[in-house]
Design a protein around this ligand. Structure first.
Ligand code: HEM
Length: 498
């Protein structure tokens, strides 16, 4: 009897292990090709953590559409404009879900509320609609409410203050302060002084978050994400740190929400929090909840600060390394604005070369190499293959932004890429820095304003030069939440003084 029990137990465990070993290796029918996965683990490790380089290498072996596995999860990598367009633009609906990833639950807690990681459906649509309604009311169309233009004088003064102390300059903090304050304005109703204790706390939380995100591709975190429930018993330090960091941000937001509740004037909403609170009480919709509000605010900080500041950091590098382009931008700025009138977003219509330059920065820097992952809500065809429900899609934006088919010299920095024969800014289909389809970046219009205005104001006031003894700044990227440049210093000359 005892032997029988031992035998049956061993058999059950073996079958269980065999099932889990095979599930990481077996592909669905007519599924894109890819490397054979390791038992239990699959093959995701072939492309993570340096997605950009590794996906490109794998595409050379398996073709422009291939698959990798993480246990039972199927991931499909796309390395071609036509394929990315097929799912983002031509047939976006079945591809508009977000995958359920351990990392998302770690950061958000159960429920995946908010916007960025929220599943596609009525709740997400209601959130996106609310935000669009807010922007229509308080966007840049209305001068009084243009939060980005309001921030410009502080941004310029911040750089000038640093320049009084030293002529060698790391622009990071100026961009981070400005980007954070713009989002703070939209969600909390007012900007902070850069020296304000609350602002410093928010800045610190935000910085911590982006530092912690860089550590989550460690083998220990991958292990925990492979074995559901293990994280209830044990969390690797990188995961624990990230979780704690998100909770600290949530606590900060909770205080702001409570303050807003106690001072709400429903007829005069001041900001996104007030609009959300109104929606919670008016529509009594189950879509708008306390947790949803906090996670939505967290989304705006996490999706809308580092993306902008990192793009501006790249802009500085490309201007230092291409002085003739910097000079041409400055000539246009001088002609349209002069040295003292700060730019408005309307001014871009008279400044095509400046606008084309910032678009080229976005193309070349390609800061979100795989965007935010989408997944399928039903079985669907893509590139002639059959993708079952819950297949996770990884688009390689490098294959669009650096495509020989779509750009004359993709490796060269050239604002002409975005100018038509009449010198006007033209649209380019193979340009998707904000993703696309039904999940296209919700903050795209704010981001465009920020990039143009901060860039133009910076070049209006300062000439950007390499530090003494260096000809060019390093253009190699570092992998993290975004592809960001290595730390650098530059020399600045105040154009208003020279
Ligand atoms: C240069 C700046 C920015 C870049 C390059 C960028 C890029 C992106 C990308 C690639 C996505 C994923 C789109 C997809 O799934 O196909 C995204 C989503 C998102 N972004 Fe941005 N973003 C920027 C700035 C902002 C700003 C300023 C905000 C907020 C004010 C913001 C809020 C969001 C939100 C909420 C989503 C999720 C949309 C959804 O899931 O439905 N982003 N962004």
């Amino acid at each position: 009897m005892f032997l029988m029990i031992v035998f049956l137990s061993c058999g059950t465990v073996s079958l269980f292990l065999l099932y889990h070993a095979l599930i990481s290796m077996v592909r669905p029918k007519n599924f894109p090709p890819g490397p054979v996965g390791l038992p239990f683990v699959g093959s995701l490790h072939y492309i993570a953590p340096t997605f950009n380089k590794n996906i490109q290498q794998m595409a050379n072996v398996y073709g422009k559409i291939f698959s990798v596995k993480l246990k039972s999860m199927n991931f499909v990598c796309l390395c071609d404009y036509d394929l990315i367009k097929e799912y983002m633009v031509d047939n976006p609906k079945p591809f508009a879900m977000r995958p359920k990833l351990f990392l998302y639950e770690l950061m958000r807690g159960p429920g995946l509320d908010g916007i960025v990681v929220s599943p596609y459906g009525a709740k997400l649509a209601a959130h996106r609609k609310l935000f669009h309604a807010f922007l229509r009311k308080h966007g840049c169309g209305d001068k009084l409410f243009c939060k980005v233009e309001q921030e410009l004088p502080y941004f310029v003064a911040n750089i000038q203050d640093q320049l009084k102390l030293t002529s060698t300059f790391d622009p990071t903090s100026a961009f981070e302060y400005a980007a954070l304050n713009v989002i703070a304005c939209y969600v909390f109703g007012n900007r902070y002084n850069y020296g304000d204790d609350k602002f410093k706390m928010l800045l610190n939380h935000n910085k911590q978050f982006f530092q912690k995100v860089e550590n989550v591709y460690s083998p220990a975190v991958t292990l925990v994400s492979l074995i559901p429930h293990l994280h209830n018993l044990w969390l690797p330090k990188a995961a624990k740190d990230l979780k704690e960091c998100c909770r600290a941000i949530e606590d900060f937001i909770s205080c702001e929400v409570e303050y807003h509740k106690s001072t709400l004037d429903a007829k005069n909403p001041r900001d996104i929090i007030d609009m959300y609170l109104n929606e919670m009480s008016h529509s009594r919709s189950e879509h708008f909840t306390d947790k949803g509000l906090k996670m939505t605010i967290m989304d705006f900080f996490q999706a809308g600060t580092e993306t902008t500041s990192v793009t501006l950091k790249w802009a500085v590098i490309y201007m230092v390394n291409n002085p003739e382009i910097q000079e041409r931008v400055q000539q246009e700025i001088d002609k349209v604005l002069g040295l003292h009138k700060l730019p408005t977003y309307e001014d871009r219509l008279k400044m095509p070369y400046t606008e084309a330059t910032i678009l080229e920065v976005q193309r070349k820097a390609n800061i979100a190499p795989i965007g935010v992952l989408h997944s399928t809500s039903e079985s669907v065809k893509l590139g002639g293959f059959d993708l079952p429900k819950d297949t996770c899609i990884i688009p390689l934006y490098h294959s669009i932004h650096y495509s020989q088919k779509h750009w004359k010299n993709p490796n060269q920095f050239d604002p002409e890429n975005f100018l038509d024969l009449n010198g006007k800014v033209g649209t380019r289909p193979a340009f998707m820095p904000f993703g696309g389809g039904l999940r296209i970046c919700l903050g795209m219009n704010i981001a465009k304003q920020e990039l143009f205005l901060f860039f133009a104001a910076m070049l209006q006031h300062f000439k950007l030069l390499p530090p003494t003894g260096i000809l060019k700044l390093d253009e190699q990227y570092v992998n993290g939440g975004t592809l960001h440049p290595k730390e650098y210093n530059i020399l600045l000359e105040d154009r208003c003084k020279s």
